[in-house]
Design a protein around this ligand. Structure first.
Ligand code: FE
Length: 200
């Protein structure tokens, strides 16, 4: 099987936010799709390792902020490469508002947000698929949405040329120096497995 065929699927990029009591958290996701129009429902897929997954499982509430092409690598580092268990991601992040469901959404470098209420939860190996009704939504700007393809071509840092062999994560650009990458290696930034690394 040619696994690179999967890279031809199209995705957007989003900040997924949720809360648990007083604690707000958010992570980066590329898996949001509208499922039905009446009522409006969406499906998201969230890694079980993510703190946001625990929060959504408990509260059934989340927001999706749609990233636009103006978003820089910093927002991916901020929300994607650190766990909300270790850091309050909103302690020093000011471009936010709270929607009627009590959950934060991102107001800068985004072009829309959706508020969602979970109606079904599906256990899928490493991930949970949440099906949710969209309870509120707002367009924030006319900028183009950021696609996963745009991120790879224009946002993610390109690996530096070096003499030594290294392995670079195709998802986030993390560089592992060494001849061989351990088979069970997990990217410390984005948590993707060794199969998402390429030798440079
Ligand atoms: Fe990575």
């Amino acid at each position: 099987m040619d696994n690179t065929a999967l890279l031809k699927l199209c995705y957007g990029l989003f900040i997924l936010t949720a809360k648990d009591g007083e604690k707000d958290n958010g992570c980066v996701t590329n898996t949001v799709m509208q499922i039905t129009q009446n009522p409006i429902t969406v499906a998201i897929s969230v890694n079980k390792e993510n703190y946001t997954n625990d929060m959504i499982s408990q509260t059934g509430e989340f927001n999706i902020s749609v990233l636009s092409e103006s978003a820089d690598f910093g927002i991916f580092e901020h929300f994607g490469f650190v766990s909300g268990r270790d850091k309050d991601k909103f302690a020093d992040f000011r471009d936010i508002k709270r929607s009627d469901n009590g959950v934060l959404y991102i107001t800068k470098n985004t072009n829309a947000y959706l508020s969602c209420k979970v109606i079904e939860k599906i256990d899928c190996h490493t991930h949970t698929v949440f099906i949710a009704e969209v309870t509120d939504a707002e367009k924030l700007s006319d900028e183009n949405s950021m696609t996963y393809d745009y991120y790879h071509k224009n946002v993610k840092p390109q690996p530096e040329k070096s003499e030594k062999t290294a392995w670079v994560c195709k998802i986030c650009g993390y560089k592992y120096d060494g001849e061989e990458l351990p088979e069970d290696f997990i990217c410390p930034w984005c948590k993707h497995p060794a199969s998402d690394f390429e030798k440079v």
